[in-house]
Write a protein that binds this ligand. Structure first.
Ligand SMILES: [Zn+2]
Length: 251
């Protein structure tokens, strides 16, 4: 790894806390959503990514039959703004400073970042949505809880419009986020959810994620989805085998 790549790797660590434990792919083997570095090859790009191929609890999945369960409510306490916004070459991501949390049962997770996929990564009964937002939280133990929000087109959403208006057009360093972006505005009114054990949906695909996919979608402007698509027309990993995992559904 030459100096330029080393620096790039360091920048990657800072920008993508979720990717940090992974190590970095060998030179010339960068992951992507199609072609040489596409999802079917992720497991071969780096020894650290093997679980992308051989894992048994991979994400995303197609959610079909669910088991109605008494699940604890999501206690979401997020601040009213983000710290920085970045185009990291795979998605648009907003990073958060300390102070935003999710409590689930007895575990408290800190909100690290939110990023977007087009189309949605999770399918419901075989169908995808125009987009999906992932709010990535981490507990002291290192375990992750990701709150997924499915995004349909319809009424404009002011918070998402703010993301679109301020997202860097080119891959590059994080810049200050607009103070007017409020992450809470990307949540549906009702926060019932699907829950299943899974993985990161990007390399290294680590199976350390408690998936909390909200059952209710939000609406965003079709024009905003089109603007996102100009930067990222397709950044969704295909659905993975469920391997007989149960998907629990809160009521
Ligand atoms: Zn994601």
């Amino acid at each position: 790894m030459n100096r330029r790549h080393a620096l790039k790797a360091l920048a990657g660590l800072a920008l993508c806390p979720v990717c940090a434990p992974a190590g970095f792919a060998a030179e010339g083997h960068h992951w992507s959503y199609e072609g040489e570095g596409g999802p079917a090859k992720w497991g071969d790009l780096d020894a650290a990514n093997k679980v992308c191929t051989i894992g048994s609890q991979q994400s995303p999945i197609d959610i079909g039959t669910t088991v109605k369960s008494q699940l604890p409510p999501l206690k979401i306490k997020w601040g009213k703004s983000a710290d920085t916004i970045v185009n990291n070459g795979h998605t648009i991501q907003l990073n958060f400073a300390e102070g935003s949390t999710l409590k689930l049962g007895d575990t408290t997770y800190k909100l690290l970042q939110v990023h977007f996929h087009r189309p949605s990564e999770h399918l419901i009964g075989g169908k995808n949505f125009p987009m999906e937002a992932h709010f990535v939280h981490r507990a002291e133990s290192g375990a992750l809880a990701v709150v997924g929000v499915l995004m349909a087109t319809g009424k404009p959403n002011a918070a998402f419009s703010k993301v679109i208006a301020t997202m860097p057009a080119k891959e590059g360093p994080a810049v200050k986020a607009d103070a007017g972006f409020n992450p809470n505005a990307l949540l549906p009114a009702r926060q019932t959810y699907y829950r299943y054990p899974g993985s990161l949906t990007t390399p290294p695909c680590a199976e350390i994620v408690e998936w909390l996919l909200l059952t209710d979608s939000i609406q965003v402007a079709e024009a905003d989805v089109a603007s996102f698509a100009k930067l990222y027309p397709m950044n969704a990993r295909p659905a993975q085998k469920d391997n007989r995992r149960y998907v629990l559904q809160s009521s």
